[in-house]
Design a protein around this ligand. Sequence first.
Ligand code: ADP
Ligand code: MG
Ligand code: ZN
Length: 625
Amino acid sequence: MTGNSNKEPRKNIIEQIRSWLGLENPPQKYGVPQKSGFNLWYILLFFLFVTLIQQFFLPPKVETIPYSQFKQYVAEDKVGTLTIEPENIRGTLTGKTGQEFTTVRVDDPGLVKDLNDHNVSYSGRYANKLLGFIMAWIIPIGIFFLIWRFSMKKMGSGMGVMSIGKSKAKIFAESETKVSFEDVAGIDEAKEELQEIVEFLTNPGKFQKLGGRIPKGVLLVGPPGTGKTLLAKAVAGEAKVPFFSISGSEFVEMFVGVGAARVRDLFSQAAKQAPCIIFIDELDALGKARGMNVMGGHDEREQTLNQLLVEMDGFDTNKGVIIMSATNRPEILDPALLRPGRFDRQVLVDRPDINGREAILKIHAKNVLLGPEVDLRKIAGRTPGFVGADLANLVNESALLAARKDKETVEATEFDEAIDRVVGGLEKKNRVMNAREKEIVTFHESGHAIVAESVEHADPVHKISIIPRGIAALGYTQQQPTEDRYLMTRTELLDRLAVLLGGRVAEELVFDEISTGAQNDLQRATDIARSMVTEYGMSDRLGLVTYERARQPMFAPQGFAPSKTYSEEKAAQIDKEIARLVDEAHQRVRKILTERRDVLDKLAQLLSEKESVQGEELRAMMADS
Ligand code: ADP
Ligand code: MG
Ligand code: ZN
């Protein structure tokens, strides 16, 4: 319905006429869209035209006179000729003017006798029934038909009644998806994981021979602008297969059942083109968990989602159709979408680190004339937290600034200015750290990591990063469990407690000062300590008694809340015991980090240069010192 959304809104007829007449138009009401889908002027002109023709063909200056006057003319012998129609009488007067007249016929049996008496020549005539019929029926129907045709065309093929169930997936044939892996940088891990999909699409036989099962659906997860859509296109481009792309929101239509029909149609179209990729962008618009809506829910969306699940189940990957999808809100997706046989492979598309940012800048600066002193590495260093889309925007802004100043090349000053602009925009959206904050975070995360590597039972460190994530976390240390665990021993819990305190203690040691950044760590540490005391009976002083029942169901009525099963005195003892556990862990961590101070400094230094450090690098560093 957005046929002319790109033009300026057209005034409606009444307004146009008012403005012709010099009247002021009332201000437009909000929320009343100007939907002049077809041009009313054509119809107005048409009617004008018809009227003119009638004027032209009908003899002019016909006077309508009362019947009594007509009778008088007859009596005075003033009437020349007469035509008597069933309803009217037309005639001309004698004399020079030959004035025509018409009058409405009344029931007058004596008329013919009168006319004969006065020698008037008269004839009868039936009104042209055919003409009347055409005027009354054919023309209005014709006009409506034309209007209908016109508005259908305006609404576009996508909205027509005929094509309502057809999917809007665009087919990007291989020649059109010119994106390749070379156009994507900074997300190498994701690229590596998708390499396998490319191989499968180019050579499906090789995998089938070995009986391997190829994942049916690949879900790209990551913050907005990190290049998920780009990556999906690159996979299609690399594999040289058709690429069907549709956005999740396009499935959710006004009419119930349309979305489901679209899904069906999309999959049947794709099956005919195999091998190919179906890409559903912004999956969260469609795949929100069902049953979350208390007010009766969104039936249409649920139906569409169900249809998608059905189609994915019924799909045989051996046909060579891979379903890819992207979302930046994986947590709200319906769990059914993530089950095996559906989007069972999830690929994290994370924010790029400094090397990644430099590579992305290189890609986007390829077609820009850079001044000799522009150092992309430096620019990458100044833009922590930027995603690919931000960097592309940055290069573009700089080029525009240079053009505005009539420069031959884009110089460092333009980049500086553009960074300030883009950062200004970003600061509202998510935080960009200043230098001091960054220093604190590097030591904080280094502390976590070193403690994790020093204590016996903590999971080994996978990756340390100070690239801001989400709103709360400024950095993170990723540990990778070596095996599935169902039970934890006391020592393991104490080690975990130590790792959680590592960040805070590092800040203490280095800065003699503590920040608010450790709040979440302390919360979790306290939780562990509390559970050890009150649930697991792991405290020497309080013994094997548990003080906490298993959690009650979330929505149990008020009266059902479990009351404390212990006295105030015990409560104070429990608190003391928790404090003691945390305190002991604190002392222990302080000792570890003081001994490892050299590694702490070195790791923090490396982290501030590279923004992310792999676990192996840390282990090598610790072994060296
Ligand atoms: P997403 O789908 O994750 O929100 P897009 O794929 O739409 O992000 O990215 C928007 C644009 O930003 C891309 O068209 C590209 O120009 C640029 N971009 C984003 N990530 C990258 C990247 N990793 N490498 C190169 N360009 C990128
Ligand atoms: Mg996208
Ligand atoms: Zn922390």
